[in-house]
Design a protein around this ligand. Structure first.
Ligand SMILES: NC(=O)c1ccc[n+]([C@@H]2O[C@H](COP(=O)([O-])OP(=O)(O)OC[C@H]3O[C@@H](n4cnc5c(N)ncnc54)[C@H](OP(=O)(O)O)[C@@H]3O)[C@@H](O)[C@H]2O)c1
Length: 278
């Protein structure tokens, strides 16, 4: 299989590296193009065998799958460059939420899918959010599921749920890391514990918590019950935490949805303007 990647930033690099380390792809399966050549070179040095394409158009030539790992407002120019080289049998995957499948199918002659990864896929864990365009056949869907199963748990979602699902699966690591950072800072600033010790304890706690939550019957509510004896220290502190964070995630979701609506408007305008249709 030949797989093209356009964009070698945070996500393009994470996906190429993770697919290779999981064994799902060999470096020689991958051809990469990006704007800043040094980033492509860094990946090719790390995984010898990756080919660097001289242009986005040449990265898609002969590729069975093409991942578009650029930011939403760069889609217009990238699609204009690659559309003339794309064929109906090829599958193009957008990894960004505000680019609609309908727009992709309007602007390129290929099959299209939207798959939102998460930074945690780098550890071959976490979910990836899968949305299929109308031109994909059963074997295309199976191929994409198989590929993403190597680095994640692929979860098929409706396109209209992409924002809230991305908030949890893709933005979630940043939200959880921020809460952890606040916990560590509070510990360090109010007690004699060292930052190093607090960080190790917090990190191991989060890892163990995630593992417990994987067990059947251990929901977040159940886990809180198991740790907090009524009237005990955790129970008292949990009430404080609930008070302090009451409504916090409603505000988080309002913020992501408002920004998403803004992005959608800009991306729709930029792609609706595009003259290059198949
Ligand atoms: N970060 C996450 O956790 C995450 C999770 C899920 C989905 N996403 C989505 O993934 C997309 C990419 O995010 P990212 O964090 O990887 O961004 P990023 O680090 O900025 O990477 C974007 C890459 O695209 C390259 N690029 C821009 N225009 C190009 C063009 N015309 N031709 C070829 N390459 C071009 C950039 O080149 P330069 O190096 O020259 O800038 C950069 O390497 C975003 O839309 C984001 O929403 C991100």
């Amino acid at each position: 299989m030949r797989v093209g990647f356009i964009g070698a930033g945070s996500m393009g690099s994470m996906l190429t590296g993770s697919f290779i380390r999981s064994g799902a792809l060999r470096p020689s399966d991958i051809i990469l193009s990006t704007r800043t050549l040094s980033k492509a070179n860094a990946l090719a040095n790390r995984y010898p065998g990756i080919q660097i394409a001289p242009s986005n158009a040449s990265a898609v030539l002969g590729s069975d799958l093409v991942f578009l790992c650029v930011k939403p407002l760069d889609f217009r120019s990238v699609l204009q460059e690659i559309a003339p080289s794309l064929q109906p049998w090829q599958i193009v995957v957008s990894i960004t939420s505000p680019v609609r499948l309908e727009a992709l199918e309007r602007l390129i002659p290929s099959k299209a899918a939207k798959i939102i990864p998460s930074i945690v896929n780098e550890t071959l864990a976490g979910s990836s959010l899968v949305m299929f365009g109308s031109r994909l056949e059963e074997r295309d869907r199976a191929l994409l599921f198989r590929l993403f199963s190597a680095i994640s748990r692929p979860v098929q979602i409706a396109e209209e749920d992409v924002r809230v699902a991305s908030d949890i699966a893709s933005c979630g690591p940043a939200f959880m890391a921020n809460l952890l950072e606040q916990f560590i800072e509070a510990a360090v600033s109010t007690t004699g514990v060292s930052r190093e010790t607090a960080t190790v304890l917090a990190r191991d706690m989060l890892l163990g918590t995630a593992r417990l939550l994987q067990n059947a019957g251990c929901s977040p509510a159940e886990l809180q019950k198991r740790v907090s004896v009524p009237g005990g220290i955790t129970a008292v502190a949990l009430e404080e935490l609930k008070d302090a964070t009451n409504g916090a995630f409603l505000r988080v979701l309002q913020a992501t949805h408002a920004k998403f609506a803004e992005d959608l408007e800009k991306v729709d305008a930029s792609l609706n303007d595009s003259q290059d249709q198949p």
